[in-house]
Design a binder for this molecule. Structure first.
Ligand code: NAP
Length: 340
């Protein structure tokens, strides 16, 4: 028997796919939002074992008012993962800010059409926590209570796409909490704030160049793109996508998660460590990998506290080595499959 119907927005994405799989595994039925029928059919064809537990709703653009009105009907849980994660932008508002913020607003506006709704978990980000201008702030501990001070006014014209992405996440998250505060809905909300998410990508892919932004970090290291030298590690914190997915399920099931925000950092890392894990687990890739003398010498100076997620959601974070090894295994397999 199904435990209930969960709406996963952006089910075709890297995180959305993992989140949907975690809900299936926990015994739920999933309705996924997809931009088109063909994307929905391609997605479920990868998971035939869950075909009878899957339905879909077409949401072509989350920024369009009313777009979620049909999708929310009859659901008990919503995991809102859909939001653009890209640095390849032409228009700060259209490409990042509006889909993130209006997308969240449109989902919240639709919830009055779903009296069965009990819980929503919003996929926010560590981008909603740290201040882009001062990151990483020396001696500062990042916790569930720290907020990125970015404003819409600045983000609208800011020249750095990283700033704009971070602003899109914090402004969407503020939209979520302010709605709950103002409307006092009959459902409860929780938020998860993961940093760079790695781990095996399970979403449909037509090419390795269409990989999601965070998985590309790992692919670039193993594909030979950085053979002559690694770039600096811009964001030295990671979490495995399977932990992020489990955190969504637990945040919608546990009493103590009501109204909570969870920083979801699995550990710190450097690009050198990623390269040396891949060199050990996949020696056949060595001629593509950059030379790393001693990854263990690299300092980690990011201080954080993710203990609330560990204690309240029972997440025991997957360590970097397993996360990267499994990511590399999957990417090697995808590369082989795409050649055939
Ligand atoms: P992704 O693979 O690109 O997934 C994004 C999903 O959102 C896709 O299904 C995409 O659909 C959908 N989407 C984006 N804009 C849309 C629009 N305007 N209308 C309809 N659908 C739209 O990226 P991801 O890494 O899984 O990110 C998912 C969520 O996790 C985002 O909220 C992101 O901010 C958050 N997050 C990600 C990371 C990370 O490292 N990956 C870290 C922290 C937080 P199409 O593919 O059809 O465009």
């Amino acid at each position: 028997m199904s435990k209930g119907l969960v709406l996963v927005t952006g089910v075709t994405g890297f995180v959305g796919t993992a989140v949907a799989l975690a809900y299936f595994e926990a015994g739920y039925t999933v309705r996924g939002t997809c931009r088109s029928q063909s994307k929905a059919e391609e997605w479920i064809s990868l998971f035939p074992q869950y075909k009878s537990k899957f339905e879909y709703a077409i949401v072509e653009d989350i920024a369009v008012p009313g777009c979620f009105d049909e999708a929310v009907k009859g659901v008990e849980i919503i995991a809102h993962t859909a939001s653009p994660f890209t640095y390849d932008i032409k228009d700060n508002e259209k490409d990042l800010l509006l889909p993130a913020i209006a997308g969240t607003h449109n989902l919240l506006s639709a919830t009055s059409l779903s009296p069965t709704l009990k819980r929503i978990v919003l996929t926010s980000s560590f981008a909603s926590v740290f201040d882009f201008a001062t990151f990483p702030a020396m001696g500062k501990t990042y916790t569930d209570d720290v907020w990125n001070p970015a404003t819409y006014e600045e983000a609208k014209t800011h020249a750095h796409p990283g700033y704009v992405y971070c602003a899109s996440k914090v402004l969407a998250e503020r939209t979520f909490w302010e709605w709950i505060e103002r409307e006092r809905p009959g459902w409860e909300g929780s938020v998860v704030c993961p940093p760079n998410i790695y781990g095996p990508p399970r979403q449909p892919l037509s090419s390795l160049s269409s990989l999601n932004t965070s998985t590309k970090d790992v692919w670039n290291i193993m594909s030979g793109a950085y053979k002559e030298g690694l770039p600096p590690t811009a964001m030295p914190a990671f979490v495995d996508v399977r932990d992020v997915a489990l955190a969504h399920v637990r945040a919608t099931e546990r009493e103590e998660a009501k109204g909570q925000r969870y920083l979801l950092i699995g550990g710190v890392y450097t690009n050198e460590e990623i390269a040396s894990i891949i060199a050990q687990s996949h020696p056949e890739l060595n001629d593509r990998l950059p030379k790393v003398d001693d990854a263990s010498k690299v300092n980690h100076d990011l201080l954080y506290d993710s203990s609330k997620a560990q204690e309240q959601l029972g997440i025991q974070f997957i360590p970097l080595e397993k996360c990267i090894r499994d990511t590399a295994d999957r990417l090697v397999q995808i590369e082989k499959d795409l050649k055939h």
